[in-house]
Design a protein around this ligand. Structure first.
Ligand SMILES: [Zn+2]
Length: 276
């Protein structure tokens, strides 16, 4: 009897019945790894919005503040380990019916859990790019350099999204912000800041995968950021069935045939594990 079927049953059947799933994941997949989400269950900002690219490029104080907070938050961010949600996607890919994973997360935890077909839509926080000469370096190495340049700088910091941290305003003024070791230019993590677009080729790659998909699943995203939501719109326009697993409402709820408000890790592992 269909009326007795739970949403979890339907998701299990949904996952078992599609052969080329395109999945989009967001911050809700990484919260169990100790990396907080930007938004609450209503999709509203929990805290003030993150730094905009124009201010980052043009205002010394914004640049210094970004790096002071990133420096303070790095240990916790980089110490995050993959959780059940990441393991469920890696298992699903190994079973052959997850075609492509596109993540809005910049933590690389999907890859660390073993996923290979991953598009990091908003980039990766473990790489730093010089805005002057384009030099690419490891964020871990930059952390060491920042530690050397700020030997006596010890903020009491609380963790925030994307490796950011709450740091008292006055102490930020004493932070020595990093510069490119080659040209002295501004350094930026290799992530898409607010006010920037997803690089064209990266978007095209994801769209190509979506064109070959037979269904779309969203996990752990409120879809409030348009760069993620547009894939749901494209999937809907292409007539693909859409399933969403997320704590709280999402911008795509009206377009989904299945919507489950629950923990991503437990829900997906239950559904994908049934296939294995
Ligand atoms: Zn440079």
């Amino acid at each position: 009897m269909a009326t007795l079927e739970t949403a979890e049953d339907r998701l299990r059947r949904w996952i078992a019945s599609h052969r080329r799933v395109f999945a989009l994941t967001g911050a809700g997949c990484s919260t169990a790894s100790g990396i907080p989400d930007y938004r609450d269950a209503q999709g509203e900002w929990k805290r003030k919005p993150p730094v905009m690219i124009q201010a980052f490029r043009t205002q010394d104080a914004v640049y210094r503040r970004y790096w002071a907070r990133a420096y303070a938050g790095w240990a916790r961010f980089s110490g995050g380990e993959p959780n059940e949600a990441h393991r469920a996607f890696a298992l699903w890919e190994s079973l052959g019916t997850l075609l492509q994973l596109v993540t809005q997360n910049v933590d690389r935890l999907h890859q660390r859990a073993g996923s290979r077909a991953v598009v990091d839509l908003h980039g990766r926080l473990d790489i730093v790019v010089c805005l002057g000469c384009g030099d690419r370096t490891s964020r871990a190495d930059l952390q060491t350099a920042m530690a050397a340049a700020n030997a006596s700088w010890r903020p009491e910091a609380a963790i925030a999204p994307d490796g950011d941290a709450d740091v008292d305003g006055t102490i930020i003024e004493s932070f020595v912000a990093p510069r490119c070791r080659r040209c002295g230019g501004l350094l930026k993590p290799d992530v898409v800041f607010f006010g920037e677009n997803v690089p064209r080729e990266r978007y095209a790659h994801a769209c190509e995968a979506l064109a070959g998909a037979d269904a779309m699943l969203v996990a752990g995203s409120s879809l409030m950021v348009y760069s993620g939501f547009r894939f749901v719109r494209l999937a809907h326009e292409a007539g693909l069935p859409i399933a969403i697993v997320n704590r709280g409402r999402t911008r795509g709820d009206d377009l989904a045939e299945i919507k489950i408000e629950a923990d991503v890790g437990a829900t997906l592992m239950d559904a994908v594990g049934a296939l294995a």
